[in-house]
Design a protein around this ligand. Sequence first.
Ligand SMILES: Cc1cc2nc3c(=O)[nH]c(=O)nc-3n(C[C@H](O)[C@H](O)[C@H](O)COP(=O)(O)OP(=O)(O)OC[C@H]3O[C@@H](n4cnc5c(N)ncnc54)[C@H](O)[C@@H]3O)c2cc1C
Length: 503
Amino acid sequence: MKIEKICILGGGTAGWMTAAGLAQKFAHTNMDIVLVESEQIGTVGVGEATLPHIRFFNNTLGIDEAEFMRATKATFKMGIEFRDWGRIGDRYIHPFGDYGKPINGVPFYHYWNRQRLDGDRTRLDDYSYPIIASELGRFRIPDTDLSKIESTFGYAYQFDSSLYAKFLRRFAEGKGVRRIEGKVVDVKTDPETGHVTTLQTETGKTIESELFIDCSGFRGILIEQTLKSGYEDWSEWLPCNRAIAIPTTSAGPLMPFTRATAHKAGWQWRIPLQHRTGNGIVYWNEHISDSEARDLLLSNIDGEALASPNQLYFQTGKRNVIWNKNVVAIGLSAGFLEPLESTSIYLIQEGITALLELFPDKYFRASDASEYNAKMNLYFERVRDFLLLHYIATERDDSPMWQYFRQMTLPDSLQEKLDAWNSRGHIIKYEFGAFLPPSWVAVMVGQGLLPARYDQRVDSMSDTELRATLAAMKTEVGIAAQNTSHHQAFLEQYGAAISKADA
Ligand SMILES: Cc1cc2nc3c(=O)[nH]c(=O)nc-3n(C[C@H](O)[C@H](O)[C@H](O)COP(=O)(O)OP(=O)(O)OC[C@H]3O[C@@H](n4cnc5c(N)ncnc54)[C@H](O)[C@@H]3O)c2cc1C
């Protein structure tokens, strides 16, 4: 009863990541993997910033990092800079890494918190190597010697997503995946089981399969249009519902971070790639018109526009059932949370990993699907809570959008996390989820949400010892960051820089 045929519908980032992941997994079997996509429909055309998890995905495929970076014109990313979130004029970086190093098994930020409550005003950021290196525009690969401050971070990439899909297509086709060009216009299901059996393209091709992966984007051709799986609307918590994207020429030194600047009815991204900069605005259309949003975006970009603005519409949330019968939705067809923390590609990756873990046979047991759905629900919910944190940990009330967040009743899961933090700076840890405690600390501290007490485990140190330890850490971070290469120089030295002709 082994599955021998898989059909992936859609060739965006989700489709080709899934094809590559499955092709690698089933390389030594006679699994027949087909991917159907339509050039006429195209892809969503955004999705340039990632989380460090993507490195594990690429590593599993055995991809050479420098080659992948040249092919996708990628830059390194050590975090996200947030501007105007806690208060207009504020800025902080959410680093992909830690603050200092743990002391006696207690996270470093607890020591900082005690010193802060004693009246010291040193920024927590000054103890974080990835933040200080980012601010200086520096980058290196993390040190493998864990005693060094240069080991205390991870990194991700900022890349051209259409080039990433092409790169993975070459990989997947090299492993035997067959691509079929065509617009799917009809889907047949089994009258008894309701399982999808065949797809029919506009030109009359019929594709028969056993397991179908729906990577058809927001359309959700199989999971929604065919199987009516339903959508859990999370607009109540994440009401931004439109975006406009525009690429521009590069301007200024190449920084190893994405920027997210808050506006009165949404926020704007800036993603530096090697050959251009990706920009876009995400907004809530109840409080700003499309033309006003476009003007706001265009008045805040550096560099020349390289294309006309691309308008996108979305509703945050997720499918009620992500694996339904013999269809598993991966990518935008499974759900979408706005791109504030670059989480969509990460969710695609979790979708692929969970599918491989729970890979079905032709019986399609309900227990596999329900475990998959429970897992994916958790991943989505945890991302939702983390995104929402950015909108509620703020003093801003200068527009109807910010006032809306002030009166909101939060999901219990987020409220519990906030209560633990507010009382003594404790972060409740999750078993699953993208964001580890330092990420939560970054946003809470960065946006001015500071605990009333400190964790008494740090009382093992005297005041003098505490001051000396923190001062030494700040110096160590500063020196290490100053000794790190500039981002552009590192790309060249690493063999990841694109040629002048490709720039
Ligand atoms: C404004 C915005 C910004 C974003 N920024 C980020 C970011 O920085 N980081 C991040 O991780 N993610 C980001 N995302 C999400 C990211 O773009 C997507 O998760 C990613 O591109 C995957 O999309 P997809 O492959 O699911 O869908 P799509 O790219 O839409 O691909 C759908 C595929 O299905 C095919 N298809 C559809 N219908 C048919 C049919 N009838 N017949 C045949 N083929 C069909 C299409 O041709 C296409 O190949 C962003 C999304 C938005 C909206």
